[in-house]
Design a binder for this molecule. Structure first.
Ligand code: SAH
Length: 281
């Protein structure tokens, strides 16, 4: 192994707007000599990367991008591999580890690895809609390019049945339009047709567009590669155009903060008919 002292930053740059790039991500990009990323994301951080060497590639060249970033860093360069949102959420971080494994990399070898978190689409899209993720939620990608469709439908089914708020990443693309239709029919089996659904396109980018609709009607709107779909749980409601999933405070407290009869702060919620709280949190 060479004694090169390369550094690889795997950087999530958030949804798009410069304000949502974290200071740590900005510092990592500033420290890099070489920036590798998909063309659109390179454009989103163009003010941060002037004067640096740039390797930009198309959407389908992810393996090549990860390989270039890892190899150049291994050979001694300081490299930032950038990904939208959080690089560890349907992002480049997974491929980086695959390439490192293939190369027989060990901790302590070059490159030194820094994974910098970013604001993922679920968080950025939720913030535009109100507070839809305040109770249990899960993320499912509808892309079947690398995952078999029956695996994906099983997860949609389980999430819908278990009453999670569901965030759908990669809901559709130009060619891939069937998946979201099938997802809706699975969700409809378990959820009321009036359950709130948000479609958020290009959050915090120039073309930002958000629609608040419901399970029965969301297919009437445009859904594409830059859309994240947020499907409410049975508790999710609409208030003043916001989508809100309550945490459950009203099960235990009045809105004035008084504890309801039979409940104890710091203890498990007492259900009607159950003798004793299960235990302290
Ligand atoms: N690593 C990214 C996700 C990449 S998968 C992240 O953490 O956000 C690509 C999918 O993410 C898109 O199909 C879309 O569903 C979602 N997405 C990414 N950026 C978005 C944005 N600005 N607005 C809405 N959805 C976005």
């Amino acid at each position: 192994m060479s004694d090169a002292k390369g550094v690889l930053y795997v950087v999530g740059i958030g949804p798009g707007a410069h304000d949502h790039v974290t200071p740590a991500a900005t510092r990592a990009i500033a420290d890099a000599e070489l920036v590798v990323g998909y063309t659109t994301y390179i454009k989103l951080v163009s003010e941060l990367i002037r004067g640096k060497e740039i390797v930009r590639t198309g959407m389908t060249e992810e393996i090549g991008r990860a390989r270039t970033a890892v190899e150049r860093a291994r050979d001694g360069a300081k490299v930032a591999l950038i990904s939208s949102g959080d690089a560890g959420v349907y992002g480049m971080a997974g491929l980086v580890f695959q390439v490192l494994r293939d190369l027989g990399w060990k901790r302590g070898n070059s490159p030194k690895l820094h994974i910098i978190p970013g604001v993922t689409a679920l968080s950025s899209c939720a913030s535009l809609m109100g507070a839809p993720l305040v109770h249990d939620f899960c993320a499912i990608s509808l892309s079947d390019l690398l995952t078999p469709w029956p695996v994906i439908t099983r997860r949609i089914e389980a999430a819908a049945q278990a009453d999670f708020v569901i965030g759908l990443y990669n809901p559709a693309s130009g060619r891939r339009t069937r998946q979201i239709v099938e997802a809706q029919s699975i969700i409809r089996k378990y959820r009321d047709g009036a359950t709130p659904v948000a479609l958020v396109k290009s959050a915090y980018r120039k073309m930002q567009h958000a629609v608040l609709t419901d399970v029965d009607h969301f297919l009437d709107y445009e859904i594409g590669m830059l859309t994240t779909v947020l499907v409410g749980s049975s508790n999710t409601y609409v208030f003043e155009g916001y989508m809100v999933t309550p945490r459950g405070y009203t099960n235990k407290y009045t809105t004035e903060g008084e504890v309801l009869p039979g409940q104890r702060p710091g203890y498990s919620l007492v259900l009607a008919g159950s003798p004793e709280p299960a235990g302290r949190e």
